[in-house]
Design a protein around this ligand. Sequence first.
Ligand code: UDP
Length: 441
Amino acid sequence: MPARRFLPARMPRRVATISVHTSPLDQPGAGDAGGMNVYIVEVSRRLAARGIAVDVFTRATSSDLPPVVEMSPGVTVRHVSAGPFEGLGKEELPGQLCAFTAGVLREEAQHEPGHYDVVHSHYWLSGQVGWLARDRWSVPLIHTAHTLAKVKNAALADGDRPEPRARVIGEEQVVAEADRLVANTEEEARQLVEHYGADPRRTLVVPPGVDLDRFTPGDRAAARRALGVPADAVVLTFVGRIQPLKAPDLLLTTAARMLDDDPALRSRLQVHVVGAPSGSGLEAPRQLEELAASLGIADLVRFLPPQPPERLALHYRAADVAVVPSHNESFGLVALEAQACGTPVVAASVGGLRTAVRDGVSGVLVDGRDPAAYAAAVRAVLERRELMGAGARRHAAAFSWDRTADALVDAYAAAAAEMAGVARRALRPVAGVALGTQVAW
Ligand code: UDP
């Protein structure tokens, strides 16, 4: 029988999840809503299914929002007033953290002491809030960074602004304060240790998951009929927030390159771009359409607004290849979702995409940013579409939100036990990270 990985007495009953800058109620694929929102929704639902109530604190961004919304059984979204509802960008939120934290502490103060057993913060802004809540409530702070400024700044797209120093400092503080740092991949764990000085004993790798009931292979022909795509079309699909970091422009230049190499493809090639502007992409919302026009492929490109998951599954299924050409990704849920739908992925060989895609089996990872290399990778996948589609499905099946939730419960329980001083066991080291002396606690 496998050893129990937590002390039942330390199982949390209620978690305060902090998501300052984006709400789990938002539709991902635009603005600040993306993979982190999906992560919080999926994990919160599964924690609730394990009998752990989740309160998600997020900033109120409209006067229409009720203060409290039950998102699903056991999962409550609490809207905290902090600054004007609308017109406040993410970069302005550091100035609202005191107001936000006050809102969180006041909500908790209405209950008996010990209301929350754990604080789980997402992204550094939330980490700052969680830090104070942890000190006030004497419960562990678990932090998931989702992205790291130092890593992002090292892989900036042309013309993209670097993340400010205040964020770097804020992240360093949260890394120093958190009782557990949750990384999506071993590479991210190493980055936390090497670039941020994280304690490897408190840094653990918990891969995100994919909803294998929603993202299923299904019937490609039926998906194409539903979307009005001809059966013989060659469809390359991008899904995600439209911003320089995600580099949808590279998909367009790749498509143009494929037509240069094989002009006969023009009658069949389609490029689908699903998502809306985000981040610095908001400053030039029509840039991609202009690029398509300047490349002479405007008639082949379909731009679609953000889609809910059921519709998204149709788009993944209808695609021959999903293309994820990002400059960097801490994971890349889109790649996993496409593969779960049986669609192979051509992705940049960067960050979490190296985990999310199994090179040569579930898709192809491309070094560098040359459209010719992407075009060659797409052709290689098209030649082995059926085999790679099966490989994609198998690879995605190794990930599950249930496993993510179980690992997080373990982390919560271990951190709580450590805080209470009752557990005496060694933490598993992060693979590949030099650990020094293991401490039993
Ligand atoms: N997404 C969506 N509808 C869209 C586009 C994206 O629901 O039209 C979701 C997608 O299913 C995925 C998430 O947004 O779960 C994007 O996550 P990813 O890790 O790929 O990128 P991030 O947004 O975190 O940078």
